[in-house]
Ligand binder design. Sequence first.
Ligand SMILES: Cc1cc2nc3c(=O)[nH]c(=O)nc-3n(C[C@H](O)[C@H](O)[C@H](O)COP(=O)(O)OP(=O)(O)OC[C@H]3O[C@@H](n4cnc5c(N)ncnc54)[C@H](O)[C@@H]3O)c2cc1C
Length: 430
Amino acid sequence: MNAQADDADVIVVGAGPAGSTTAYYLARAGLDVLLLEKSSFPRDKVCGDGLTPRAVRQLVRMGVDTSGPGWIRNRGLRIIGGGMRLHLPWPELASYPDYGLVRTRMDFDHLLAAHAEGAGVRLHERTSVVGPVIDERTGRVAGVHAKPVNERGRAEGGPVTYRAPLVVAADGVSSRLATAMDLHKRDDRPMGVAVRTYFKTPRHDDEWMESWLELWAANDRGGRDLLPGYGWIFGAGNGTSNVGLGIINTSKAFGQVDYKDLLRRWVAQMPEEWEFADENRVGDVRSAALPMAFNRQPHYRKGLLLVGDAGGMVNPFNGEGIDYAMEAASLAASVIADARSRVNADSRERVLQGYPAALKSEHGGYFTLGRIFVRLIGDPRIMKIATNHGLPRPWLMRFTLKLLANLTDHRDGDAYDRVINALTRLAPAA
Ligand SMILES: Cc1cc2nc3c(=O)[nH]c(=O)nc-3n(C[C@H](O)[C@H](O)[C@H](O)COP(=O)(O)OP(=O)(O)OC[C@H]3O[C@@H](n4cnc5c(N)ncnc54)[C@H](O)[C@@H]3O)c2cc1C
């Protein structure tokens, strides 16, 4: 029999960016929030650690101080491809800051969780949620079953039940909770796989986030092969750079190649002075999935809201997931706070049902464009034309940067902003 643990107004499962941000906003709205996390901080998460100005805006809104040590600012993107290196500063906009940041997830997630605790959230680490508690009468989620675990994730003590009328699944791409509520991944949405590691390098304080559109590697016939995928080198400012590559399932190579070997071959051809040699590698080469364009829906069902990777919220244009997790978190928290202010159950349910619709209205059209984009770049011929004809035209690249990073002003924007906003509005928010 399960031990009965704390009850709360809302239980948030998973203390990544989605969970900690949701919990923070709920606590700020005066709710009693329990945040359950299976690991203990500080802990790593496979990621590129890059934050665009869109993500910086989320941090600013939460009152996270990013001026101190450990945060490294960047001015924009350095794009490498077609034999060119192009520097594209982040656009000057009213809606977003003109800088991005890099911070390792080892620090970033710890810091956000502590920020949520500072707002009154009760964080329980080493608490692995094994499934929802279902109210037999209503079929609604009424809490979660969990087990305490040790550093290695092994059960340590008996099962525990936590009860709350609403539960937020912020438990990442595999989302055990969503699956238990019959919310499965959609096959018609793009999915990426990315692999990354860290190198000690003099490039660690690069003030540009570097993006490689083509990955070349030496072959054993004395020539060069064009590898599938796209790469990045993000200076983490702590003596290391995060180096990685990703492939989307619209590419023929998806699932057919050894991603870690691709990374090894790509890195092997880099200039010696960057020092990306095996002896300078810090930590393992690790890979993980990127669920894109709302690949799990609906985002609300019977007392369970999905936020972040659990709801497949990665931007298909650029693989950015932290910002979209945090934006959805803020939206989910305000929907929950609104719902709680209603006295009757039907009215509460109507407000909660509005969460998926609000998410779609915010990002649905843009993600639809992103799905078209990843289908196009999945064809190497189209990618070659784009690299050879797009990169030499700086105006086109400035437009592309705004589109890929979703950085436009909605009022008083320039011509690029107006085109992107119009396309986003016209595309169906599926
Ligand atoms: C290689 C790679 C590079 C990337 N690069 C970038 C980048 O540069 N910038 C960017 O913005 N995005 C990037 N992303 C995407 C980004 O990492 C994710 O979109 C983001 O982490 C989503 O946050 P989340 O909180 O939804 O999920 P997660 O960060 O996965 O957090 C989920 C949390 O839930 C916990 N959890 C899981 N199951 C349970 C359970 N049963 N019980 C309790 N706790 C549980 C986990 O321990 C974890 O703490 C990258 C992804 C990959 C794979």
